[in-house]
Ligand binder design. Structure first.
Ligand SMILES: Cc1cc2nc3c(=O)[nH]c(=O)nc-3n(C[C@H](O)[C@H](O)[C@H](O)COP(=O)(O)O)c2cc1C
Length: 163
């Protein structure tokens, strides 16, 4: 977990939980999330979560009790005002990593941590063509009906070399 800064949480601060839909070590989308924490204005507080420890969703695992990584992410989102997601396009859709996280977060359906949250989705790619598809999907289906308003962020074409 990374925090965007040691700023005081005051009434006017908008709290956001951010994560990337890629587990690649040198992921451009992970870098995009980090950049957001560095560039965030003082009225925006960004807490970054890594999805590496979120297991593949299974109703059996859930029935036995949600894993600590899932509970931590759910709790952080419950306390936050919204989400910031940076994701690549995988095969014209949302990467499994991101979909899996959303599947966990959508449960339990009537008490989903996503209920009533706003979300912004952005994307970066190593290639010149970064699909806007996951962004469109996320915005269009309003996060599987849990997120109140999903605002589609601009798809950003990465021009920097891989680090
Ligand atoms: C399994 C897989 C599927 C991909 N499918 C697409 C795609 O449909 N459209 C696209 O523009 N890029 C596609 N890419 C390229 C990724 O968007 C690109 O590698 C991106 O940089 C990955 O994100 P990351 O840098 O955050 O890891 C795909 C990459 C992988 C590994």
């Amino acid at each position: 977990m990374v925090d965007s800064g040691a700023m005081a949480i005051v009434g006017s601060v908008f709290n956001v939980v951010a994560f990337a839909g890629s587990l690649r070590r040198a992921s451009y989308n992970r870098a995009l999330v980090r950049a957001a924490t560095e560039l965030a204005p003082s009225a925006l507080h960004i807490m970054v979560f890594e999805l590496d420890d979120i297991p593949l969703y299974s109703e059996d695992i859930e029935a036995a009790g949600a894993p600590p990584s899932v509970i931590q992410l759910r709790d952080a989102i419950r306390k936050a005002d919204g989400l910031l997601i940076a994701t690549p396009e995988y095969n014209y859709g949302v990467p499994g990593v991101l979909k899996n996280a959303i599947d966990w977060l959508s449960r339990p359906p009537r008490d989903s941590a996503l209920n009533g949250k706003v979300a912004a989705v952005m994307g970066a790619s190593r290639y010149s063509r970064n699909g806007a598809q996951p962004i469109a999907i996320a915005a269009g289906i309003r996060f599987y009906r849990h997120v109140r308003t999903a605002t589609a962020g601009g798809s950003c074409r990465a021009s920097a070399r891989e680090v």
